[in-house]
Design a binder for this molecule. Structure first.
Ligand SMILES: *[C@@H]1O[C@H](CO)[C@@H](O)[C@H](O)[C@H]1NC(C)=O
Ligand SMILES: *[C@@H]1O[C@H](CO)[C@@H](O)[C@H](O)[C@H]1NC(C)=O
Ligand SMILES: *[C@@H]1O[C@H](CO)[C@@H](O)[C@H](O)[C@H]1NC(C)=O
Ligand SMILES: *[C@@H]1O[C@H](CO)[C@@H](O)[C@H](O)[C@H]1NC(C)=O
Ligand SMILES: *[C@@H]1O[C@H](CO)[C@@H](O)[C@H](O)[C@H]1NC(C)=O
Ligand SMILES: *[C@@H]1O[C@H](CO)[C@@H](O)[C@H](O)[C@H]1NC(C)=O
Ligand SMILES: *[C@@H]1O[C@H](CO)[C@@H](O)[C@H](O)[C@H]1NC(C)=O
Length: 511
């Protein structure tokens, strides 16, 4: 008893003298200071990327048809500020009078700091997920992201770079109209090019612009094939394709982008997964048996020693070696809020106005934002479509017959582009950055296979922030890994997305 009370006293006095007196106001001051540092990193001087001669204050379209697509920037439901002029609606994928297939687009002219000479095309992935997600939660001029009470101005809007065209494609996605009938990525590219042709007849002031393809995820399939289509059909589109930017893309087999790197990923983030030791040992033993263990060290070298092997010689991975699913399942046991798109998520699960809940049911108090009648009316969207973020129907009715682009068109597209980039969030588990490194080291472009020299650590420097990951460029192709970012890089690391896009557009010398 006596000893006990002495100990208690000691402990009490120690904790009194050493406890940090973190008052609420002190915490708040620290946070404000950090917020100021972050704000300083996006001073207009840094965002003012476009050469001054090309900056615009306004854009007007002379074709009278354009006015039927005009969107009143002061009339966007729940948005309590003027988003400026924009144009949206449905445009057919061909000039045939009987054409029933139409894609929904929303076009934004550049903001005051943007360039009038350039045009960015944005698509989300899926397949069948709406590009309005990118608009509202990633790189559009206003944001309504998970957990936000209402829309806010997006200081990192890509309208600060140039014009941007968000398109819901392919047919079957979002508000688009008509029956999907594409068999592969070449069909997808041909339909999109048809749409763009029709778009340019209405918005002909955009003809001749320097053009950039951008997107994420399954757009890793779309974009290289779209670029390939444009490069191999010169003259069809009056646009000057410069290159592409794609985040966390599908470019190879699942075994490459998910299975081989899955267990190393778990070890890298052991404290985030919080698996028990028995399960970790089990994973190591499975990785060994499946031929995944040690793969990165042995084969992902700079330069590569030769073509990289597939474990078990199979594009599906060896039998019984779906470790990625086993990890996902265990992660959901430990943390039911586990989010494959950003592994740091824990309870509570944030409400999402676009209702893409991943694996979780969510309560919506109103229809999904783009399914609201007032929103549809404001943006010239068809009122008879029930909008969902990712389509319930298959936009490739019989599947996508195209091979992953790193085995087909990606090398030639890189060679034909001025600059091209893959960006990868390091906290993404649905597609794992190290798997993308495998795909890159196995790909031959510009006469050589893979990167010849290593990707230096801490080489991705964000202005005003410092090192935030790793980057490497060779032969017109740049790869960037973004620390702390999940799958949707412009959403989770808007500053990194903005800066890397500036590089792709030639507005800055380093990514
Ligand atoms: C970037 O765009 C946003 C939204 O349009 C705007 O509020 C912000 O001022 C812009 N920043 C710069 C530096 O142009
Ligand atoms: C931009 O153009 C539109 C349409 O011609 C016009 O109504 C608007 O006032 C212009 N805005 C600016 C800032 O010049
Ligand atoms: C639609 O029109 C095009 C060109 O005018 C024609 O080739 C095509 O067969 C028509 N399709 C249908 C379903 O009528
Ligand atoms: C590497 O490329 C070769 C040739 O395209 C292919 O046969 C092999 O399966 C690829 N390896 C991986 C790991 O993707
Ligand atoms: C360890 O984790 C695995 C996978 O989640 C689970 O099946 C097992 O029950 C866990 N063991 C303990 C002691 O919690
Ligand atoms: C919606 O309306 C448009 C035009 O009024 C029509 O062409 C289309 O078939 C309709 N879609 C559905 C799903 O009813
Ligand atoms: C980068 O850091 C990792 C982890 O510490 C290390 O394994 C790797 O060798 C480093 N890469 C380079 C190029 O130095």
């Amino acid at each position: 008893m006596k000893i006990g009370s002495i100990l208690v006293c000691l402990f009490w006095s120690i904790s009194l003298s050493s406890a940090r007196q973190l008052s609420k106001s002190h915490l708040k001051a620290l946070q404000l200071k950090a917020a100021e540092r972050f704000t300083a990193s996006k001073q207009p001087a840094r965002l003012a990327a476009a050469p001054s001669g090309t900056r615009v204050k306004n854009i007007t379209f002379h074709n009278p048809k354009a006015s039927s697509f005009y969107v009143d920037g002061k009339g966007i439901p729940e948005v309590d500020f003027d988003i400026g002029p924009s144009w949206s609606g449905l445009i057919p994928i061909s000039g045939n009078a009987n054409e029933t297939r139409k894609l929904f687009f929303w076009f934004f002219p550049p903001g005051p700091e943007g360039s009038l000479d350039d045009l960015i095309f944005w698509t989300n992935g899926g397949p069948g997920c709406s590009s309005l997600e990118g608009l509202l939660q990633e790189n559009g001029p206003f944001s309504w992201s998970f957990g936000q009470a209402k829309p806010t101005v997006n200081e990192f809007s890509w309208t600060n770079l140039s014009s941007i065209l968000f398109v819901e494609q392919p047919v079957g996605t979002g508000f688009s109209q008509g029956k999907p009938n594409i068999k592969n990525e070449d069909d997808l590219a041909a339909q999109l090019a048809g749409f763009l042709e029709q778009f340019l007849t209405v918005f002909s002031e955009l003809k001749g612009k320097k053009f950039y393809l951008a997107g994420e995820s399954y757009a890793g399939m779309y974009l290289p094939y779209i670029a390939n289509y444009i490069y191999t059909h010169p003259g069809q589109l009056d646009l000057d394709l410069q290159g592409f930017w794609v985040a966390d893309p599908v470019v190879s087999w699942d075994v490459v982008q998910e299975q081989i790197p899955a267990v190393p990923f778990v070890h890298k983030y052991e404290h985030v997964f919080a698996f028990n030791q028995t399960f970790l040992a089990h994973l190591d033993q499975r990785a060994e048996a499946c031929g995944y263990a040690g793969y990165m060290d042995e084969f992902v070298t700079y330069p590569p020693k030769g073509l990289l092997p597939l474990p078990g010689g199979s594009t599906e991975g060896p039998d019984g070696c779906d470790l990625w699913d086993e990890i996902f399942d265990a992660a959901l046991t430990v943390n039911p809020a586990f989010n494959i798109y950003r592994i740091f998520d824990t309870f509570p699960i944030l409400w999402d106005v676009l209702g893409f809940p991943g694996s979780f049911p969510q309560t919506q108090t109103t229809p999904l934002y783009f399914d609201r009648a007032d929103v549809k009316a404001a943006i010239n969207a068809p009122v008879n479509v029930t909008w969902v973020e990712c389509s319930d129907i298959n936009v490739f009715p019989k599947g996508d017959a195209s091979l992953p682009p790193s085995f087909t068109v990606l090398p030639s597209v890189i060679q034909k582009s001025k600059r091209s980039m893959i960006v990868h969030g390091l906290a993404d588990f649905i597609l794992i950055a190290e798997g993308t490194r495998i795909a890159i080291q196995n790909m031959t472009w510009g006469g050589m296979q893979g990167f010849q020299t290593p990707i230096a650590n801490d080489s991705f420097i964000v202005d005003g922030v410092g090192a935030l990951g790793n980057t490497h460029s060779e032969r017109g192709f740049t790869y960037v890994e973004v620390a702390l970012s999940g799958h949707m890089v412009p959403q989770f690391s808007p500053i990194a997305a903005f800066q890397t896009m500036q590089f792709v557009m030639g507005f800055r010398q380093t990514p």
